[in-house]
Design a protein around this ligand. Structure first.
Ligand code: SF4
Ligand code: SF4
Length: 378
C-alpha cells in the first residue's frame, strides 16, 4: 500500500518528523511516554502530543542518572533528552505509572532544562469506588496546569472536538485489527506496527486521513487475499511497549502471523471510545477506568489474565508471545500469573526478553521457530 512507505519513514525517525512538524506548523510539541497520557487534553490545547521512544543510540549520558537495571525505554528517552535531541519539546508530561517513570520525572525536572514539566498523579487502583472521581479531579487539575503552561484556555468545546477526532482514530484502528483478524494478508504485520506507532507521532488530522484511506483499501481488498496463507499459526503479542518492527516480519517469515495484541503500543492504546456528552474530562477519565488495565495499575487480581484469554479466543490464536522489555518490573511481575492462566487452558506461550534498542535477530528468529515447531505438534 502506497501510504506505508510514508509511515515507515515517519516511525523510523520520529524525532526528525516532530522537528519538521514544529518548523512547518509552529505547533508546540508536548512529549509523553505512556498510554495513560490524556492526549485529547493536549490536542485540545492546540499542541501536538508526541509519544517518545528511545532513538536507539548508545546509553552514555543517562547512565549517570539511572541505574543500568532500569528499562531501556526510559534510559533511551533520557539519553535523547540529555543529548539535546528533544530540545524542540515545549513541555513533557509524566503520568505516574511505574516506579521507573516516576523517578524519571524527578530526574527530568532537575536535569533537562528545556520546556515545562507536568506530573499527572494517577490513582494506583482503578477499581475502587473513588478511583474515577480521583482521576477526574487529577485531569481537571492537569487541564488547568497545561492551559497555564501554554498560556491558553482549554474549553469544553475544544475538548469535545479533540475527543471526536481521537474516537475516529480509535474506531478506524479497531477496524484495521478486525479486518486483519479474518484476513491477515490484507496488511503485513510490519505495516500494522507502523500504522499504530504513527498514531502516536503524526499530526492527528493528517494521520486520520491516511488511516481512513488504508481502511478503505483493506475493505476493497477483503476477499481477494490468498486464503491458503491464512492457515498459518496465529499468535498474540502481549506486553508493554513493542518497538521491534522486526518481530512482525520474523513471525511471518517463519510461517505464522500476529493475529492480535495486548500491547500499550498496540490495541490497549486505541481501546475504548470516549463519550462526547456531558463533562468531557469525566468522559476521558471513564475511558481510563474501563480500558484494559496495564500492570502498572491495579484492577482486580484476574482482569489482565481474563482479557488475555478473551483475546486469544477472539482471535482464534494458537499461542502467545510475551514481549518483555528487560528490567520492566510491572510486566515481569505479571508474567508468571499470566503464564499460569494460559497453561491452565493448554495455551502455549513464549517469553522474549527484549531491549528498546535494535538487537540481533537471529537468536530471536530461532526461538520463534522453535516455538512454532512446538505449536505444530499440538
Ligand atoms: S506498560 Fe503501562 S505504564 Fe508502561 S508505558 Fe505502557 S501504559 Fe504506561
Ligand atoms: S517498560 Fe515497564 S519499566 Fe519501562 S516505563 Fe514502561 S512500564 Fe515502566
Amino acid at each position: 500500500m502506497k501510504q506505508m512507505k510514508e509511515l515507515a519513514g515517519i516511525t523510523g525517525n520520529p524525532i526528525a518528523y516532530a522537528r519538521r512538524l514544529q518548523e512547518t506548523s509552529g505547533k508546540k510539541i508536548i512529549g509523553y511516554m505512556c498510554s495513560y497520557a490524556p492526549e485529547e487534553i493536549i490536542h485540545a490545547a492546540g499542541a501536538h502530543p508526541l509519544r517518545l521512544f528511545g532513538s536507539g543510540r548508545n546509553i552514555l549520558l543517562a547512565d549517570s542518572h539511572l541505574q543500568s537495571y532500569c528499562c531501556s525505554l526510559v534510559r533511551g528517552v533520557l539519553e535523547d533528552a540529555l543529548a539535546g535531541n528533544l530540545n524542540y519539546l515545549t513541555g513533557m508530561i509524566f503520568p505516574h505509572t511505574c516506579d521507573t517513570v516516576q523517578r524519571l520525572s524527578d530526574i527530568w525536572r532537575l536535569n533537562v532544562p528545556e520546556g515545562f514539566h507536568l506530573d499527572i498523579v494517577l490513582p494506583v487502583k482503578l477499581d475502587t469506588a473513588d478511583a474515577c472521581q480521583y482521576l477526574i479531579d487529577v485531569l481537571h487539575r492537569f487541564r488547568d496546569d497545561l492551559g497555564k503552561a501554554l498560556q491558553t484556555k482549554i474549553s469544553d468545546d475544544d475538548l469535545r472536538k479533540s475527543i471526536t477526532l481521537y474516537n475516529n482514530i480509535r474506531n478506524n484502528l479497531q477496524k484495521v485489527y478486525e479486518l486483519r483478524k479474518s484476513n491477515p494478508d490484507l496488511l503485513s504485520g510490519r505495516d500494522v506496527y507502523a500504522l499504530v506507532k504513527a498514531a502516536m507521532i503524526m499530526d492527528r488530522e493528517s494521520y486520520l486521513t491516511i488511516l481512513q484511506a488504508v481502511v478503505g483499501e483493506m475493505q476493497k481488498a477483503t476477499g481477494t487475499a490468498d486464503n491458503k496463507k491464512n492457515r498459518r499459526k496465529r499468535l498474540i503479542l502481549s506486553g508493554g511497549i513493542c518497538s521491534q518492527p522486526d518481530i512482525y516480519s520474523l513471525v511471518e517469515d517463519v510461517g505464522a502471523h500476529i493475529a492480535g495484541d495486548d500491547l500499550c503500543t498496540g490495541s490497549r492504546y486505541f481501546a475504548g471510545q470516549i463519550s462526547v456528552n456531558g463533562d468531557p474530562i469525566t468522559a476521558i477519565a471513564e475511558r481510563y477506568v474501563k480500558r484494559v488495565v496495564c500492570p502498572a495499575k491495579h484492577m482486580g487480581n484476574r482482569s489482565r489474565a481474563e482479557n488475555l484469554l478473551h483475546l486469544v479466543k477472539d482471535c482464534h490464536a494458537d499461542g502467545v508471545i510475551f514481549m518483555l522489555l528487560k528490567f520492566c518490573d510491572p510486566h515481569a511481575f505479571d508474567y508468571p500469573y499470566l503464564k499460569k492462566a494460559l497453561d491452565k487452558e493448554g495455551l502455549p506461550c513464549l517469553l522474549l526478553e527484549v531491549e528498546d534498542q535494535p538487537q540481533a535477530q537471529e537468536q530471536m528468529k530461532t526461538r520463534i521457530e522453535a516455538f512454532l515447531e512446538t505449536l505444530k505438534t499440538l
